[in-house]
Design a protein around this ligand. Structure first.
Ligand SMILES: Cc1cc2nc3c(=O)[nH]c(=O)nc-3n(C[C@H](O)[C@H](O)[C@H](O)COP(=O)(O)O)c2cc1C
Length: 183
């Protein structure tokens, strides 16, 4: 199980939540500015950000747009702000529209209550990991089933082509024989 925690944070609040979650999960939280792409496949990716004048920062948007369903099994979202949840909602829309699985809901901490939100962030990380793992595993099985049925289809196609080839070759051999017998 490969878990990663990534965040964008200008003033350190989202980073504090990310670090709390990462500590609970036994990994190191990294900023999307310091590491702008995932280096390997991640089963569950915790991804956080905040709104600045109602929009997510361009670095976070770029990071979200660079993710693919091959790179990530399931994403868990978190956000901090004064009132708005739109960064989490915006990330969900961008991820889901490209077929990336996102765990239901997101963790929210008010900007003035980061310290008090830390125990809740830890509890959320544990619970969300369990849910997201199930989603990621189901996605993995779907992918395997899909590959399996495509392999079966391919095998049937190859067998059909081979059968036709055998019939053609046999037909040609019989025709040659007949022609020889006549002459
Ligand atoms: C320039 C600026 C614009 C902000 N705009 C919003 C906003 O539109 N909606 C909101 O709920 N919070 C807004 N906030 C509050 C931040 O989202 C909040 O402080 C957040 O926790 C910052 O996260 P960070 O410390 O990880 O950078 C704004 C803060 C700043 C400094």
């Amino acid at each position: 199980m490969n878990i990663a925690v990534r965040y964008y944070s200008q003033f350190g609040r989202t980073r504090a939540i990310a670090e709390e979650m990462a500590d609970e999960l036994g990994v190191v939280a990294k900023s999307v500015v310091d590491e702008p792409t995932l280096k390997e496949h991640v089963d569950v990716l915790f991804l956080g950000g905040a709104p600045y004048l109602s929009i997510m920062d361009a670095a976070l948007e770029e990071y979200v747009n660079g993710l693919t369903s091959q790179m990530v099994g399931c994403v868990v979202l978190f956000t901090t702000s004064n009132w708005s949840h739109r960064t989490a909602i915006g990330m969900r829309v961008k991820l889901e529209e490209r077929g990336i699985r996102v765990a239901p809901g997101h963790f929210y901490a008010h900007m003035a209550a980061i310290g008090q939100s830390k125990p809740a962030a830890r509890a959320y990380a544990r619970e969300a990991l369990e849910k997201a793992t199930k989603i990621a595993e189901a996605a993995e099985h779907e992918l395997k089933d899909d590959k399996g049925s495509r392999m079966k289809e391919l095998a049937v196609e190859v067998a059909s082509v081979a059968a036709v080839a055998v019939v053609v070759v046999a037909g040609v051999a019989v025709a040659r024989r007949l022609l020889k017998l006549r002459s």
